[in-house]
Write a new protein. Structure first.
Length: 277
């Protein structure tokens, strides 16, 4: 039986591409129009795993998804980095100068802001999904409207690409987390994602950073996320890597003495970023 993987978006979306890259082609994707729907699918056992974007090298972090990680308490079992190539597409025969509207997911629009702002008189519309924009234009034969989406979306839905590679920076990567209802630890694990709060003591964060340095733990990301209902209080989401698992465990024991509500969301093998692509 094929594994069911919840993704945000539809056929030919970047989430689908990320799912295939991590799990291989022998899977069944469960299409979800929102990240909330994606998490509900995994929670309700409508899918076996979920693939969820967490950050982009141009547009930054998806803060709402950090909140979902805490709310649903899933386990992070892996990550995948995907090179994102954006394209402007419309019905065959459309010319760029004829466009009135360009549609896409808000993160995709941000990734292509430099190109899109040079389209004189073109209104930018934010939609739920890149591929869904392409599908709706094709299905409804919407004239003078373009989608910003993947090359595969253009092929599948029969649209013409008006401009290729319109992302602002060509080294445009999105990081996706692989989520599960159960943990899946391995001896190959060398990365962890966790979150904690800090007491309002001077130097509390510096003390934690010093602990990580002392145990040769490489801090690769730190993201503060506001705590709902507690103005100016934050959860700190942290990614870290190690060479010796024993060093990581010892460091966490020390961190627990300072941090409040420390929770490890997952231990997994770090993904590979191929910047030569």
């Amino acid at each position: 039986m094929k594994k069911k993987i919840a993704i945000q978006g539809i056929e030919s979306s970047f989430h689908e591409e990320a799912a295939y890259k991590y799990f291989g082609q022998e899977i069944e994707t469960v299409n979800c129009l929102s990240f909330q729907d994606l998490c509900d699918s995994l929670k309700n056992e409508e899918s076996d795993f979920a693939v969820m974007a967490i950050e982009n090298s141009i547009a930054g972090s998806l803060l709402q998804n950090y909140g979902l990680l805490q709310e649903f308490n899933f386990h992070i079992i892996g990550e995948v980095f995907l090179r994102i190539r954006m394209n402007l597409m419309a019905l065959p025969g459309t010319k760029i100068e004829d466009l009135k509207i360009a549609q896409s997911h808000p993160i995709a629009i941000r990734q292509c802001s430099q190109f899109l702002k040079e389209l004189d008189g073109v209104l930018l519309e934010e939609k739920e999904d890149t591929a869904l924009c392409a599908k709706q234009i094709a299905d409804q034969k919407i004239e003078n409207v373009a989608a910003v989406a993947s090359e595969s979306a253009a092929k599948i839905f029969g649209l013409e690409i008006l401009a290729k590679g319109i992302e602002t920076n060509k080294q445009n990567f999105t990081r996706f987390l692989v989520l599960s209802r159960v943990a899946d630890k391995s001896n190959a694990d060398n990365k962890a994602t966790l979150f904690f709060q800090l007491p309002h003591d001077p130097g509390a964060l510096a003390k934690i950073l010093n602990i990580l340095a002392a145990y040769s733990i490489n801090l690769t990301k730190i993201q503060s996320v506001p705590i709902v209902g507690k103005p100016y209080e934050y959860n700190f989401h942290v990614d870290m890597e190690w060479e010796l698992y024993s060093s990581f465990k010892k460091a966490m024991q020390k961190v627990e003495e300072i941090a409040v509500n420390l929770e490890i969301l997952g231990e997994y093998k770090k993904g590979k970023v191929d910047i030569t692509v």
